[in-house]
Design a binder for this molecule. Structure first.
Ligand code: ARG
Length: 613
């Protein structure tokens, strides 16, 4: 309904202009044109929208707000294009203008969406064209997500980043942005010294034979190396030397490093494949050649301070407990670089122009909220260094912790950290058990292929949806029972709504009815449940726009949940297959648009749908 809202807004502005030309002129001169303050109606009985712009005018105009509202409404009444769009406005309370769209306009919108694979959501290119833009390709948007650390466990925090980041990337891609999905893996740093030293000692053959050897469980390998590092001084010395060798490009060390990275990569990839996640790996090591440049550049712009041998930039407006400004350290006193230096180099590269850069316009980081200060710090330094072009956006998308049902950090019964593979397995197993129980109850028989497909789809969908449907900022309690429930704001509930509609088609409902060859005015709605569904369906574009801007996938989840509820109410209370024409075709069209909207929306959450379950 975004377009209709924009049209209403334009009509209201013009009406205000005609009603109060002098005030409008004065407001324009100070760069603050009169604003109708159009917003969705606070209650359905008030119509579709309300305009609150009369209220703030009371003082400057010295008139009661209701009189101002009346004058605006009179102007609206004289505008025939407005009358085509909207019922006669109502003035309510102190001077709100309530607006209800004309039913035939809403029906026409539904009609248009039935023939549109984008379901009324414009692409950025379409928008630019309509705004008379040049049609030049937009600079890319970068989503930095997942980003686990090599040789360490990919934990539930990385799973959250993976699921949220993928969904945001999908929304941006659907809107037509060029999206770079970057996996900023932790593939560099001093931990490689001990890993390589350990590798050289326990599996020297790995470094000389051509075939990659399987190092087995890398996490266990990491633990062994760390244990030796902690207790063996000679091992420590060798490890430190190994770091220097690796950084100096020693071929054997490089090969060992490569082996470790490959091994980790294979493990990560299994998770990505299962979850249908696409990512381009561009780890920390990629920015290695650019680290020196960060320091030189910061030095040249006068931001760099040497403090206790370390080179750092002191942050403005951020101070520590002692009241002194906090630094971002970019080069340690031993000359080494750190996580922040790498992120600074990454920002510089990402906003930098080709060939030494991505030329990005917006860079989005999806990590746990614990890194908020890190990002606030490097963003500030990058801005002060002048690396962010005009209009360039840097955004940290933080999320809370994953907790067990006891409210503590998620752990296995034995008290170990939960392995992602086990977590996904368990979700699928539980979905399978639920399904078998349901099939037995309903005395249905289904073949194994069906059972596996449904269990896998539902199990993984439940994990993703449970994560996405939370406001990501808050901590999130992981519960298999809750996420797999057939009722409530869950993946199974939404998937079931799609299945229900597919069932209508199987029972002989032609879901293409109302679209095929029907001209405008072919859709007829009479029941309040139909109108409620129409209005809900037409919200999709606004919801997508909001997610694109605010990067909160839970808004999309809430919308899809509400849509399913409104649909179920409609389908329970209004006959569809048993209805006579023309109601039957119109209702089937609503069913079809609901299914299309749910499929599209779930697709943007990374969740495929089923025809039966
Ligand atoms: N590897 C980091 C971690 O596991 C996340 C990296 C996020 N991205 C970034 N550009 N810093 O916590």
């Amino acid at each position: 309904m975004l377009r209709l809202a924009q049209a209403l807004d334009a009509h209201l502005r013009a009406a205000m202009e005609r009603a109060f030309p002098a005030a409008a002129q004065a407001a324009r001169e100070v760069g603050q044109p009169l604003d109708p303050q159009l917003a969705p109606a606070s209650k359905p009985e008030f119509g579709d929208f309300q305009a609150n712009g009369a209220l703030p005018l009371a003082k400057p105009l010295g008139q009661p707000p209701r009189a101002i509202a009346t004058a605006i409404v009179e102007q609206l009444a004289a505008d025939p294009a407005f009358a085509e769009l909207c019922e006669p406005p109502q003035i309510a309370g102190p001077g709100f203008i309530n607006l209800t769209l004309r039913p035939e306009r809403l029906a026409a919108e539904v009609q248009e969406r039935l023939g549109d694979t984008r379901l009324g959501v414009p692409s950025v290119a379409q928008e630019a064209q309509e705004a008379g833009g040049s049609g030049a390709a937009l600079a890319p948007v970068i989503v930095d997500f997942s980003s686990p650390n090599i040789a360490k466990e990919m934990h539930v925090g990385h799973l959250r980043s993976t699921i949220i980041g993928d969904s945001l990337a999908r929304v941006l891609e659907f809107r037509g942005h060029a999206v770079l999905r970057l996996n900023h893996v932790g593939d560099w740093g001093t931990q490689f010294g001990m890993l390589i030293t350990h590798l050289k000692q326990v599996a020297p053959e790995a470094l000389t034979t051509a075939d990659a050897v399987d190092l087995g469980d890398l996490v266990a390998f990491y633990r062994q190396a760390k244990a030796r590092f902690d207790e063996d001084e000679a091992f420590q010395t060798t490890s430190r030397e190994e770091v220097v060798k690796l950084q100096g490009g020693d071929p054997v060390s490089r090969r060992a490093w490569q082996l470790l990275c490959d091994q980790s990569r294979r493990e990560f990839q299994k998770i990505y494949d299962r979850l249908d996640i696409r990512l381009s790996e561009r780890g920390e090591s990629f920015y290695n050649p650019y680290l020196e440049g960060v320091v030189t550049d910061l030095d040249a712009s006068g931001l760099l301070v040497t403090d206790d041998g370390a080179r750092c930039v002191f942050l403005e407006g951020v101070s520590g407990k002692d009241g002194k400004p906090l630094p971002v350290i970019v080069q340690k006193s031993d000359g080494g670089f750190n996580y922040a230096t790498t992120d600074l180099a990454a920002i510089r590269y990402r906003f930098g122009a080709d060939p030494e850069g991505d030329g990005a316009r917006r860079v989005i980081y999806v990590t746990d909220a614990g890194q908020a200060n890190h990002f606030a710090g490097v963003f500030q330094v990058a801005r002060r260094a002048g690396w962010i072009p005009d209009g360039g956006r840097l955004e940290h998308v933080p999320f809370g912790l994953v907790q067990g049902e006891d409210g503590k950090k998620l752990k296995t019964r034995a008290g170990d950290t939960v392995r992602l593979r086990d977590l996904l397995d368990e979700a699928v197993e539980r979905a399978e058990a639920d399904l078998r129980r349901r099939l037995a109850e309903e005395e249905r028989t289904e073949d194994e292929a069906f059972i596996q497909l449904v269990a896998t789809t539902v199990g993984l969908a439940a994990v993703k949806y449970a994560d996405l449907s939370q406001n990501r900022i808050t901590n999130y309690q992981f519960s298999f029972d809750r996420m797999l429930a057939l009722q409530g704001n869950t993946a199974p509930y939404l998937l079931y709504a799609v299945v229900r509609i597919a069932g209508i088609a199987r029972k002989g409902g032609d879901l293409g009815a109302g679209t095929s060859g029907a001209g405008p005015g072919a859709l007829h709605f009479t029941e309040p449940q139909e109108w409620a569904l129409v209005r809900e369906l037409l919200k999709l574009d606004a919801v997508i726009a909001e997610v694109e801007e605010e990067l909160l996938p839970n808004r999309l989840c809430t919308y899809l949940f509400e849509l399913s509820q409104v649909f179920n109410r409609f389908y329970d209370q209004v006959p569809v297959l048993k209805a006579d024409q023309p109601a039957r075709a119109s209702r089937l069209a609503l069913c079809r648009l609901t299914a299309d909207t749910l499929r599209l929306g779930l697709g943007l959450l990374g969740i495929p749908t089923l025809e039966r379950m």
